[in-house]
Design a protein around this ligand. Structure first.
Ligand SMILES: *Cc1c(COP(=O)(O)O)cnc(C)c1O
Length: 386
């Protein structure tokens, strides 16, 4: 089986992890801060907080921005459930903004319309989570302008997009958002097995997220209500969680980070090759925004069903039967049973549904070789019956 995504682990990664195993610290040692500084420096952010998943990062990001009961969080329906669930964790309500049919990211014109309506009804969202789907950055300049006009905080869910650039600057520098989140799950661009990170340029948000990832506990006397009782002393000043990343994970992340630019460049090579090989197929190929350099976590094709005699499901099944581990990113979140119970109807977001009925993620990972890519294309030709 050729999977849709796969980690690349080299000897240097193994050595880095083994070194930590025999060191004094398996958690709360020097590797996590070293990994945080390295990512912050790489992407140009002031603060980076490593945590045990991007889901945890989204949760503490929402809490740090003050999201709570009675508030709204908006996001795109075409994302992993975590981008929306973080709002529900905080007791907030969740709503969606339909996607742009060309980029598959949250549509800026739909956002504008929805904000205007929400302003007149006095139910503006507190937080907007934008997702750089497949690694392609959202139109952040326009999104930030709207967010400022309506007083909405912005989180970039950049789980697909580390190493990608918007207007020639790395995603994560926070120029157009309050907080950016990365995922280091093995299918993503670089991995720590499980792991995530929240980045911000705001000192206050960083302090808050730092507390929240570790029980709300501090050893910093400046954050305490009175002078420490003694050298043993710490205070719990907020209600936090144990969302910490381990030293083993951070060591792996640091080692992987050295290859970040190579990985993304390799993904671009693979994408260009796919786009060349597939250009005459009855497919819509991924469109790349001229303002951006995608992280290219995913290569998503859309079937032109009116030019095909086979169904989306049949193409998918044929590819899987031929050993091609295709996938679908994503089942629109608002159609999940949990969200249906909250009152959403499938037709609420028609562009997301149109996408869902046509999209297939082809295998895309840095070690995918030319022969394997050729196999994918042959299998697709057979599946499409063209
Ligand atoms: C993978 C992913 C997440 C969750 O990441 P974890 O690190 O697995 O928690 C959130 N949002 C998007 C868009 C993702 O792709």
């Amino acid at each position: 089986m050729i999977p849709y995504g796969k980690q690349d682990i080299q000897q240097s990664d193994i050595d880095a992890v083994v070194e930590v195993l025999t060191s004094d610290f398996l958690t709360q040692g020097p590797k996590v801060p070293a990994f945080e500084s390295a990512v912050a420096e790489k992407v140009g952010a002031k603060h980076a907080l490593a945590v045990n998943s991007a889901t945890s990062a989204l949760h503490i990001a929402c809490l740090a921005l003050g999201l709570g009961e009675g508030d709204w969080l908006w996001t795109t329906p075409v994302t992993f459930v975590a981008s929306a669930n973080c709002g529900l964790y905080c007791g907030a309500k969740v709503d969606f903004v339909d996607i742009d049919p060309q980029t598959y990211n949250l549509s800026v014109s739909a956002l504008k319309e929805k904000l205007e309506k929400a302003a007149s009804e006095k139910r503006l969202p507190k937080v907007l989570v934008v997702v750089h789907l497949c690694g392609q950055p959202c139109e952040m300049q326009a999104i930030k302008a709207l967010a400022e006009r309506y007083g909405v905080k912005v989180i970039e869910d950049a789980s697909h997009a580390i190493g990608g650039k918007y207007q020639s600057e790395y995603i994560g520098n926070g120029r157009y958002s309050d907080i950016t989140v990365f995922s280091f799950h093995p299918v993503k661009i670089i991995t720590t097995a499980e792991g995530g990170m929240a980045l911000t340029n705001c000192d206050e948000l960083a302090t808050k997220m730092n507390l929240l990832r570790s029980h709300g506990i501090t050893r910093d006397s400046e954050l305490m209500t009175h002078e420490p009782d003694g050298p043993w002393y710490y205070q719990q000043v907020d209600l936090g969680f144990n969302y910490r990343m381990t030293e083993l994970q951070a060591a792996l992340g640091l080692s992987q980070l050295e290859r970040l630019d190579d990985y993304v460049a390799r993904r671009h090579e693979i994408a260009e090759r796919y786009s060349g090989l597939l250009k005459d197929f009855p497919l819509t190929l991924p469109w790349q925004h001229p303002d951006s350099y995608s992280g290219l976590h995913l290569y998503v094709i859309r079937l032109k069903l009116n030019e095909l005699s086979v169904s989306h499901k049949a193409v998918f099944e044929s590819l899987r039967a031929q050993g091609i581990g295709v996938n679908l990113h994503y089942i629109p979140v608002h159609t999940q049973p949990y969200y249906q119970k909250l009152g959403f109807k499938p037709d609420d977001f028609p562009e997301a549904m149109a996408y869902y009925h046509q999209a297939i993620s082809l295998p895309m990972y840095p070690t995918l070789n030319k022969n394997e890519q050729q196999d994918v294309v042959e299998a697709l030709k057979k599946a499409l019956q063209v």
